[in-house]
Write a protein that binds this ligand. Structure first.
Ligand SMILES: NC(=O)c1ccc[n+]([C@@H]2O[C@H](COP(=O)([O-])OP(=O)(O)OC[C@H]3O[C@@H](n4cnc5c(N)ncnc54)[C@H](O)[C@@H]3O)[C@@H](O)[C@H]2O)c1
Ligand SMILES: O=c1ccn([C@@H]2O[C@H](COP(=O)(O)OP(=O)(O)O[C@H]3O[C@H](CO)[C@@H](O)[C@H](O)[C@H]3O)[C@@H](O)[C@H]2O)c(=O)[nH]1
Length: 445
């Protein structure tokens, strides 16, 4: 089979990267989304979300072998359909599959006798690929589980350089869908990226297990950081020494105010639910989640212990996105801390290096033009020096490396009190203290 047409359903972080990536490979791609505003922007070559290098690649292909639409009719002409809609958390902590099922029903309407493949890239609980196949009963279709492992902020780099490609099939002895997937991902085969060809269930579990393992590394080091805080020492040295053991590895051992984002928090919770619904207690994964939920409160208490009462105090919160170089605020620890500070009666001035993250914050709180959040005291500023002016304390909430190179002398002259609560352990503790700042990190004595 020569793949002629590909469609990608859902044009968020995953779907948009998948669309431009496949267009770059030379395929004819149509992105489908129910969000008309997004589709209009995309067809004009504008990305509704911020990701480095994405707009350039979008502009290169849009109007040529890449276009976007809200019409599912495109499915008629598609050989391969990538499913990339969101699977957010529902009220009970399960993965909400509403968007998946609604997209599958929309796709089904345009199926005829032609053979097609649906590739599920969304993160879905065990059993979902099987359920999708059942929903398509009678159709000439194969369903392939192909979880995505990209990280926001470096999504394009991750897309073109994956550690592995995981492909789950209903029947690993049926070569037809396997061959087609290998044709689509020939670029990766040529690069000798390992391919894991397996069953649906294993593929589905791999995605959740990978996220839960990384989240556990973070919660583990955050727990050790609490001990270090009590006894003295520096968690950064501890992490470094641990990481030098190749069996442990140095990645994802940075202590801080916890993990956020659109994946770890919801995926860890959804994995817990998948255990529980089968009568198994996931003790370790539950602890990972609990440590993370607690971490921001533990850090707020540290701030409270210093000031006594936070009511009326002014803080500069540096970092709004859940991680550097993205505009994504989902489950951002910075936003969570802002909410907690506002509840304590504090005045918050905040800043992020990514302009779109600042805009999203304004939108989230529906700020008026002066920057004052109705009923609260929240200001989103476009300049870091304006942000720190006259504050009682600086709180770092996102691990931006740019913070290291800021003019801390100048910052020291602008603040009311020279004190930094470094929720990401990003600053050089000794250097900042030499400049006369009081310094509080996470597990730094
Ligand atoms: N964001 C990441 O870094 C990342 C990485 C790996 C996996 N994932 C997983 O990929 C999936 C998508 O995540 P995301 O961050 O790209 O989500 P997103 O919220 O950014 O995008 C989802 C898109 O789907 C669209 N959509 C919803 N219902 C639709 C429908 N019926 N038809 C067509 N479009 C529809 C929405 O309008 C939206 O544009 C999730 O399951 C997530 O867990 C995300
Ligand atoms: O040592 C560390 C590393 C990360 N974090 C925090 O962990 C969160 C998540 O970071 P990261 O994993 O880099 O970002 P995501 O874009 O959420 O990517 C994760 O979630 C995606 C969606 O499932 C997966 O595809 C990726 O492989 C997985 O890394 C952020 O809040 C970070 O601040 C730490 O606190 N300490």
């Amino acid at each position: 089979m020569i793949i002629v047409n590909i469609s990608v359903v859902g044009t968020g972080y995953v779907g948009l990267i998948q669309s431009v990536g496949l267009a770059e490979f030379g395929f004819k791609v149509v992105g489908i989304d129910i969000d008309e505003r997004k589709i209009k922007l995309l067809n004009r070559g504008i990305t509704p979300l911020y990701e480095e290098g994405l707009e350039e690649l979008l502009k290169k292909h849009v109007g040529k072998n890449l276009r976007f639409t809200t019409s599912y009719e495109e499915i008629k002409n598609s050989d391969v359909i990538f499913l990339c809609v969101g699977t957010p958390q529902d009220r009970d902590g399960n993965a909400d599959l509403r968007f998946i099922y609604s997209a599958v029903n929309s796709i089904k309407r345009y199926f005829d006798d032609r053979y097609r493949i649906i590739v599920v890239k969304s993160t879905v609980p065990v059993g979902t690929n099987r359920k999708i196949k059942e929903m398509l009963g009678g159709c000439n279709v194969d369903v392939v589980s192909n979880p995505e492992f990209l990280r926001e902020g470096i999504a394009l780099r991750d897309f073109f350089n994956p550690d592995r490609i995981v492909l789950g099939f209903e029947d690993v002895n049926n070569s037809r869908p396997i061959d087609i997937m290998k044709e689509i991902y020939k670029y990766f085969l040529d690069k000798r990226v390992p391919f894991i060809i397996t069953d649906w269930e294993s593929a589905e579990v791999i995605k959740y297990a990978a996220n839960a393992f990384l989240a556990t590394k973070i919660s583990f080091i955050n727990e050790i950081a609490k001990l270090i805080d009590a006894v003295g020492g520096d968690i950064k040295t501890v992490s470094k020494a641990l990481g030098l053991d190749e069996r442990i590895g140095d990645k994802f051992l940075n202590a801080g105010i916890g993990y956020g984002g659109s994946c770890f928090p919801k995926d860890v919770k959804a994995l817990i639910k998948q255990f529980e619904s089968r009568g198994i207690e996931p003790k370790l994964i539950k602890a990972t989640d609990e440590v993370n939920e607690e971490q921001i409160h533990w850090f707020l208490n540290k701030i409270k212990r210093y000031y006594g009462d936070l009511n009326g105090k002014t803080f500069a919160v540096l970092g709004l996105a859940f991680k550097p170089n993205t505009d994504d605020l989902r489950e951002s620890r910075g936003i969570k801390l802002i909410d907690l500070l506002l509840r304590e009666g504090s005045i918050v001035k905040c800043y992020d290096y990514v302009e779109k993250a600042r805009e999203n914050t304004i939108e989230r709180y529906r700020l008026d033009t002066s920057g004052a959040y109705y009923g609260y005291n929240l200001y989103v500023l476009d300049d870091i020096y304006e942000t720190v002016k006259d504050v009682d304390g600086i709180i770092i909430t996102t691990e931006y490396s740019q913070l290291i190179d800021e003019d801390w002398d100048k910052i020291g002259n602008l603040v009311r009190e020279k004190i930094v609560f470094d929720g990401r352990n990003i600053l050089d503790k000794e250097r900042i203290k030499e400049l006369g700042f009081k310094y509080f990190g996470v597990g730094r004595g």
